[in-house]
Ligand binder design. Structure first.
Ligand code: IVH
Length: 695
């Protein structure tokens, strides 16, 4: 076959397969057998193997998976991904409807939809091709999971019909019950911890590195909101119907409602019918139908004012409290966990539930042998919501909180204003030591792939590592031959039994560990800073501190006040950073890591052309036309500048958009700090928008 012929046949096969795919997965009306479908797919795969340059990103072969994503890139959302305000009773829904009817002239229609219990996703389509699939993340930035998402058959890779050139579709990735059960059986067989619920399983699956494994797990998707700059439709309902024509999976259970009675009937119907669905929903979403009315109602900082979620009441069960464990976390925090007589709840057996902290136990006035009510309201961890006092025996013993660390015996302390008790013996308490090392090696920190919780435990038990700096002193002879059967703690929830696993260090394991430790010496400074495990310093904060200070030596020298100048660093974080570096033992660890060759300085920018804001401290205030505030800040960082949150004599200039705070304005004037308009900033940087940083 010539290349031209192959190209034509690939196009033809792609159309046929897409069509069958749509009929099978979305319409549930297949017109060919599985065997015939596989034959078509095999023909396509073999042609693409022969002519690899004819493979397109929207080819149906992409659904088979195979692509590996080592690290998911962070992508800024063009439109932020907001959440919905929740309500648990019908009165709040009545209030919501009447509030809206009052503030809008004329009739208002509502759309009632199922609230899918999964993971939200933003799908970007350009000229009918799926370009990017991004998770919600923190609402303004998420992870690019496109390769994995392409394996989901109900997500169109190419659209059909009269679709617009550029738009985003919002939807939910869900795991149907049958896929969930199958995976948990397989995991149990393999001795792996099982997933607590389908939402967790979906969340874990879309972040897998191997897209072939994602394809195996059979996720599903429903879409429920369209976003674009010039929306050609008047109503949300029309836009969903159009999306359905283009190939999206739009639920058939949508109702156009005109008043509260119709809305209430929809809620009541689905509160019962949901039990027969093949996937989880956790409520009903009610949205104003007309886009112009949506616009008029606007948004709060977190959610639209034109929509609300009615959450179904969580299912509840009653059972007996057998005992309480006190677990010690990485930062020494003590979490009480209840061991319960096993009880069936919403399809799973509940054996454990969190008791949060000492105050929670006191509020419940919990006694051993109490009959307690347990709820699973969509949360991962079941919670105890009440005690049946009538069932309490006269001589029962109240649950009291421990006063000493259950792991190392150190008397517990409490930080003023916080409910949690913690063990202060951070450098001598085993779970804290192991937890810190586990964090250090984790993927978003040093990414030492071949080590994990089990191996850390073996190294710790053999006195080979007592802190993360010890990792870099490990020798092959020390590792080779180590072996132990350990208890793998349930990593997803508190529901399941611990699993026993044999950990052994064979030749290859030892080689891999030493190799990935070597590789980790190239991990950039921001991630090393995150890996140190400073309380309250997450991945993003570590990045901001690393960017602002440039090196660990500068951080060590920085005062709390200086640290507080860094964007998003408040009193609590600044004090925690100071406390960490004021401890000589931590300085010793840093020095040892430095000597081992880890990165403790921000990489220098090489191109001066892109570095025009180097050394400048800049405050961004107000709202902008060409950028979002976050985008301007990113641009400043990209160009070598430093974002600071408040104006001081050290500020070089302020970029002011509309509605800049009057206080900031006054302060800038008083200190004689130049204030640049958006236009002036564009002229200075030569960037008209943030497209370069967006994509
Ligand atoms: S609309 C601007 N519709 O619920 C808000 N969300 O708690 C757009 N969800 O993050 C969301 N089903 O992940 C909408 N029919 C539905 C939904 C739905 C599930 C999820 C979504 C969102 C969360 C809000």
């Amino acid at each position: 076959m010539t290349k031209e012929e192959a190209k034509a046949r690939i196009a033809e096969l792609s159309d046929i397969i897409d069509n069958h795919n749509y009929r099978y997965y979305i319409l549930a009306q297949p017109t060919i057998s599985d065997y015939d479908f596989d034959m078509l797919m095999n023909e396509l795969l073999s042609l693409e193997q022969q002519f690899p340059d004819l493979i397109t990103e929207s080819s149906p072969s992409q659904r088979v998976g195979g692509g590996i994503t080592k690290e998911f890139a962070t992508v800024r959302h063009k439109y932020p991904m907001l959440s919905l305000s929740n309500s648990y009773n019908k009165e709040e829904i009545i209030d919501f409807i009447s509030r809206i009817k009052k503030s809008i002239d004329g009739p208002v229609d509502f759309v009632c939809e199922l609230k899918f219990d999964g993971v939200s996703i933003s799908l970007t389509y350009e000229k009918g091709i799926l370009r990017r699939a991004v998770t919600r993340g923190d609402g303004s930035r998420g992870d690019d999971v496109t390769t994995n998402i392409k394996t989901i058959h109900t997500i169109p890779l190419r659209l059909k019909g009269d679709y617009p050139d550029f738009f985003e579709m919002r939807g939910e990735i869900i795991m149907p019950h049958n896929s969930f059960e199958k995976i948990n059986i397989e995991r149990e067989d393999l001795g792996l911890p099982t997933f607590a619920n389908p939402r967790n399983a979906a969340a874990g699956t879309i972040k897998l590195q191997d897209s072939k494994e994602v394809a195996n797990r059979r996720l599903d998707n429903y879409c429920y909101y369209m976003m674009m700059d010039d929306m050609p439709y008047k109503t949300h309902y029309e836009s969903l119907m159009a999306a359905r024509r283009w190939g999206f999976n739009i639920s058939e259970h949508i109702a156009l409602c005109h008043d509260i009675d119709e809305i209430e009937s929809f809620i009541n119907l689905w509160d019962v019918k949901r039990k027969a669905l093949s996937f989880d929903i956790d409520g009903i979403v009610i949205k104003v139908n007309d886009f112009a009315q949506q616009e008029e109602l606007g948004y709060t900082a977190k959610s639209p004012r034109w929509a609300i979620a009615y959450k179904f009441k969580a299912e509840e069960a009653h059972t007996k409290l057998l005992s309480v464990d006190f677990q010690v976390g990485r930062h020494g925090t003590i979490t009480p966990v209840a061991n319960l007589e096993p009880v069936q709840l919403a399809g799973t057996t509940v054996k454990r539930a969190t008791l949060h902290n000492a105050d929670f136990i006191k509020q419940l006035d919990l006694h051993y042998d109490d009959v307690v009510s347990v709820e699973k309201g969509g949360e991962i961890i079941p919670k105890i919501t009440g005690v049946d006092l009538q069932c309490r025996k006269d001589n029962s013993i109240p649950v009291s909180f421990v006063s000493k660390c259950p792991e190392c015996g150190t008397p517990l302390v409490q930080t003023e204003g916080e409910a949690a008790w913690y063990c202060p013996n951070s450098l001598g308490c085993p779970p804290q030591i192991k937890g810190r090392i586990e964090h250090f090696i984790s993927r978003k920190a040093m990414n030492i792939e071949s080590l994990g919780e089990g191996k850390i435990e073996v190294l710790f038990d053999n006195h080979l590592v007592n802190n993360y700096a010890d990792l870099y002193d490990l020798k092959y002879e020390q590792l080779y031959g180590l072996e132990k059967v350990i208890e793998i703690k349930d990593e997803y929830n508190l529901l399941q039994e611990p699993v026993l696993r044999k950990v052994s260090f064979k030749q290859k394991t030892a080689d891999n560990i030493l190799e990935s430790l070597q590789k980790s010496k190239k991990v950039p400074f921001a991630r090393v800073l995150f890996a140190l495990g400073i309380k309250y310093v997450g991945e993003t904060t570590a990045k901001l501190i690393a960017n602002a200070e440039g090196s660990v030596d500068n951080i060590i020298k920085a005062s709390t006040e200086e640290l507080k100048q860094i964007d998003e660093v408040g009193e609590k974080i600044a004090l925690s950073v100071r406390e960490f570096f004021d401890d000589e033992r931590n300085i010793d660890l840093v020095n040892r890591l430095k000597a081992a060759g880890l990165q403790f300085e921000q990489e220098k920018r090489t191109s001066t052309e892109n570095n025009i804001l180097a050394g400048k401290s800049i405050v961004v205030s107000g709202s902008f036309t060409n950028f979002s505030r976050e985008e301007i800040k990113q641009l400043i960082e990209d160009l070598g500048g430093k974002n600071v949150s408040s104006i001081s004599s050290k500020t070089d200039f302020v970029v002011a958009g509309e509605k800049m705070g009057p206080e900031k304005k006054k302060k800038a004037e008083a200190l004689n700090i130049p204030v640049l308009s958006e236009e002036e900033f564009i002229a200075m940087t030569g960037r008209k928008n943030s497209m370069l940083t967006l994509f």
